[in-house]
Write a protein that binds this ligand. Structure first.
Ligand code: FES
Length: 160
């Protein structure tokens, strides 16, 4: 009887140990899956706007792009655009397409050589400076860099 009891105790302990081991493995995998994105270092997501030969000197060009945002477990895509300008094919500026007053989209007027915002009649010069109207500051810009003949922007606008 005592031998049977000790066998029963032994088997019970083996089952408890194996159960704990399996639970520990699954909780480790689950915890890793849940916590890894939180501790993952965010990398900068530069967006390729294409070859710089597509951007003419002296005239702003509106370039559309898709921005991918990574937020922990989710990746979302958002369509956006930038007004890109180069005076000489070497230096590039990319303006956020939203007016700095209330965020309306503005457009380039080739005849006046100015950016015009229709919402409250704002006017910006080719450098993005406020010429007329209520905007409190010049147009915001995206950080730019060149890589192998292509223009890359970081789609997080900064104030000029
Ligand atoms: S939103 Fe552009 S002037 Fe008001």
């Amino acid at each position: 009887m005592s031998e049977l009891l000790s066998r029963r105790v032994f088997l019970g302990r083996c089952i408890a140990f194996l159960g704990s081991l399996i639970a520990l493995m699954f909780s480790g995998v689950g915890a890793g899956y849940l916590l890894f994105p939180i501790f993952q270092r965010r990398k900068e997501d530069w967006v390729d706007l294409g070859p710089i030969t597509d951007i003419w000197s002296g005239t702003p060009v509106k370039v559309e792009f898709v921005q991918r945002k990574h937020d922990a477990w989710m990746t979302t895509e958002q369509r956006s655009s930038a007004w890109v300008l180069t005076p000489d094919g070497k230096e590039f500026v990319a303006f956020d397409p939203r007016c700095t007053h209330l965020g309306c989209p503005y457009r380039w007027d080739d005849g006046r050589r100015q950016f015009l915002c229709p919402c409250h009649a704002a006017v910006f010069d080719i450098q993005g400076k406020v010429v007329m109207g209520p905007p409190p500051r010049p147009l915001d810009r995206y950080p730019c860099k060149l890589s192998e003949g292509r223009l890359l922007i970081l789609p997080q606008p900064i104030q000029a």
